[in-house]
Design a binder for this molecule. Structure first.
Ligand code: FAD
Length: 374
């Protein structure tokens, strides 16, 4: 069976687009007079570029202290910090080296990576491990990881064998005397934190901006966004959740994150199509089955206190599917918005009660407060 990889995805468009102040991604959406915060800004610092195999856009209405050069150097500092900790594509990164450590002996890691992993474990448990940082060997088996594309879909035996060393219980994290250590239960265990990389970097940069007293910004790294204050027109920031059927051309709905983080996981951009059977294989893997997800939910967006949290949850909630994801959101008071393709081929949304407030773009009294990453 020949399989063709399709990655229109990350390099062409973002699954979330800033609806204002974000260059070519702008899409007009009717505003309301109630969302005006201040006068339009005369000075706006903007940068964009590529990172982590995808695009980023940063906009600072009112100007960044030190201008564009300082903003770019702060962003690059963050990208390097995150990449050196969690990349599986950079062989010198901590996670990449851990994956090459084919041993059940202690592997020392930075305290920073330890903190990130603890948060990822916590979020994974909240959603029954539908997002699982040990899914890396399955991601590689299906040709979506650093080991490159595959010619043939894996066999049932290969999937079953790989699943024997996937699961939160397959590694442990311990701290001793100020040092953190990772330990595998099987030398073949690997970690994949790709799903939270963009969110983590957005949070890190937001923290630097908050420390510098920057009052207005939008940081968009692929599907993860942190924003604060007002957009260049002096209005509430609006973020568009992409219409999954529009190939990056249309916005499905507009959201006002109101100082909170928002991210989207989608299965409609990075996938394989089997050119004989026409089967569709998403890059999002269900750790329970060991296979790409196979249901009609194509995107899940989450709003929460930090983009690391939303980025961890959206992937797992996408694995669970719209119905279960929204039920989980209602039960846990988390803002979840899911898009499914119905039997007529139309996109339809469903969201949890906590998401309502972000769909009503009205000024909130606590708009300029951002929630720090723990
Ligand atoms: P998301 O939906 O957020 O995450 C999907 C990804 O998460 C999958 O591709 C898979 O890796 C993993 N995943 C799948 N299922 C699960 C699950 N159930 N639980 C947990 N994780 C799952 N790509 C390149 O092509 N070249 C690079 O040089 C490169 N460098 C990178 C460096 C860093 C630091 C990071 C974080 C990523 C890098 N990537 C690179 C990966 C690429 O950008 C990914 O496509 C992206 O990080 C995944 O995010 P997403 O928003 O596309 O998908």
């Amino acid at each position: 069976m020949k399989v063709t990889k399709v990655l229109t995805a990350s390099l062409l468009a973002l699954s979330l687009v800033a609806l204002s102040g974000c260059g070519k991604e702008q899409t007009p959406v009717g505003g309301t007079s109630g969302d005006v915060l201040t006068q339009p800004f005369t000075e706006v610092t903007k940068i964009n570029g590529q990172v982590f195999g995808t695009f980023y856009y940063i906009t600072v209405p009112g100007g960044y202290p030190g201008g564009e050069d300082t903003l770019r150097s702060d962003a690059e500092f963050v990208f390097t910090k995150v990449g050196k900790a969690i990349s599986t594509f950079d062989k010198t990164a901590e996670i990449a080296r851990f994956n090459e450590h084919h041993s059940t002996g202690d592997f020392p890691i930075s305290s920073y990576l330890g903190q990130v992993l603890e948060e990822v474990q916590r979020q994974s448990r909240r959603i029954g491990q539908a997002m699982d940082p040990t899914v890396g060997p399955l991601v590689n088996l299906w040709g979506f990881g650093p080991k490159g594309q595959i010619e043939h879909a894996p066999t049932d035996e290969q999937i079953a064998e790989t699943k024997t060393y996937v699961g939160l219980d397959k590694f442990s994290l311990r701290r001793a005397g100020g040092t953190a250590f990772l330990v595998k239960t099987d030398p073949r265990v690997e970690l994949d934190l790709s799903t939270i990389g963009e969110g983590l970097a957005a949070d890190e940069l937001a923290a630097i901006m908050d420390q510098k007293g920057v009052a207005n910004y939008m940081i968009a790294i692929a599907g993860a966004i942190r924003s604060k204050g007002a957009n260049p027109e002096g209005k509430l920031w609006r973020v568009g959740i992409e219409d999954p059927l529009s190939n990056g051309q249309k916005v499905f709905t507009a959201v006002c994150p109101q100082g909170m983080a928002i991210s989207t996981a989608g299965s409609y951009r990075n996938f394989f199509i089997d050119d004989k059977t026409n089967d569709f294989y998403s890059h999002v893997i269900d750790p329970k089955t060991g296979r790409p997800i196979a249901h009609r939910t194509v995107s899940v967006s989450v709003v929460d206190r930090a983009a690391l949290v939303t980025d961890a949850l959206d992937t797992g909630l996408l694995v669970m599917g719209a119905k279960e994801a929204v039920e989980w959101g209602n039960k846990n008071d988390v803002a979840v918005y899911a898009i499914e393709i119905d039997e007529q081929g139309k996109a339809k949304e469903t969201h949890s009660r906590a998401f309502d407030v972000y769909l009503k773009c009205q000024v909130h009294h606590n708009l300029t407060q951002t929630v720090p990453l723990e």
